[in-house]
Design a protein around this ligand. Structure first.
Ligand code: SAM
Length: 268
């Protein structure tokens, strides 16, 4: 790998150099032989090596950097031919990945590039048809938003959306010294286990619309945020759910947001 290019800031390339931490991250995914695993952004392969050692039945790598995609596609460079199976490599932007096309159960893992972490977690948790588990390393601040409870400063649209689809567990923090080059911020690892379908949003679009509306102005009261819906009707919907019209969005649980989205949809 001596001819490897310099890390690209534009692609959030902070490569893990601590093999012990890489191992802990992959262990959190709990790979059983026979699992299908997708890794976003393998880069030089700090996580990939441990994933392959767990012998999943399929390993799909999605990498935007041509150099690292070619590196994994070429078994002579990675020694992949010596492992249980060859990974499949897709060169491209994970933001454009057709998540709905993943058939059968999949586990997803990534040390996510910081600039696209939140939208990718948003998409994956809601669009992969049979996600069984996901493990992500993200900026610590994003991990705190993913795990946040109602009422706190970190609780927002991302918290409600992701917790409406999955149980989120805090894994562990990782300092900048574990990466080359070191990022300016701390990172943290989270594990996601999808909720049973009966507990997930009945109308995801209605929920996404409501979240957009509510968290653009999170300090406003719900009665003012929902004014355009027809004040009296919106107030009745809030009343029926036992929500004060003066409440602020950050105080509502993911379950209440889902119920409110359905109640308001009926008014439109
Ligand atoms: N997995 C490696 C590790 O842990 O050392 C690399 C992690 S590095 C933080 C992020 C990786 O994601 C890089 O390899 C980068 O090229 C890739 N990447 C950045 N943006 C991407 C995108 N939109 N889609 C797919 N891969 C992306």
């Amino acid at each position: 790998m001596s001819d490897a290019p310099r890390a690209k800031k534009s692609l959030g390339q902070h490569f893990l150099k601590d093999a012990r931490i890489a191992r802990r991250i992959v262990d959190l995914l709990i790979i059983d032989p026979g699992d299908r695993v997708l890794e976003i952004g393998p880069g030089p392969g700090a996580l990939t090596a441990h994933i392959m050692a767990a012998a999943p039945s399929r390993l799909l790598l999605v990498e935007k950097d041509d150099y690292w995609a070619a590196y994994h596609a070429d078994a002579r460079l990675t020694g992949a031919a010596d492992c249980a199976g060859r990974p499949e490599v897709r060169t491209g932007d994970a933001l454009d990945f057709p998540w709905e096309s993943l058939s059968g159960p999949w586990k997803i893992i990534s040390n996510l590039p910081y600039n696209v972490g939140s939208p990718l977690v948003w998409d994956i948790v809601s669009r992969v048809p049979e996600l069984t588990r996901a493990v992500f390393m993200v900026q610590k601040e994003v991990a705190e938003r993913l795990c946040a409870s109602p009422g706190g400063r970190e609780y927002g649209a991302l918290s409600v959306w992701v917790q409406s689809h999955a149980r989120v567990e805090w894994g562990f923090e990782v300092g900048p010294g574990a990466f080359a080059p070191p990022p300016k911020v701390d990172s943290a690892v989270v594990a996601l286990t999808p909720l049973p379908s009966a507990a997930r949003p009945e109308d995801p679009e209605a929920l996404a619309g409501l979240l957009r509306r509510c968290f653009q102005h999170r300090r406003k009261q719900l009665q003012s945020l929902l004014r355009k819906t027809g004040t009296r009707d919106a107030t009745a919907a809030l009343d029926a759910l036992g929500i004060s019209p003066e409440a602020r969005p950050e105080t509502l649980s993911p379950e209440l947001f889902q119920k409110l989205a359905l109640a308001l949809r009926r008014l439109c």
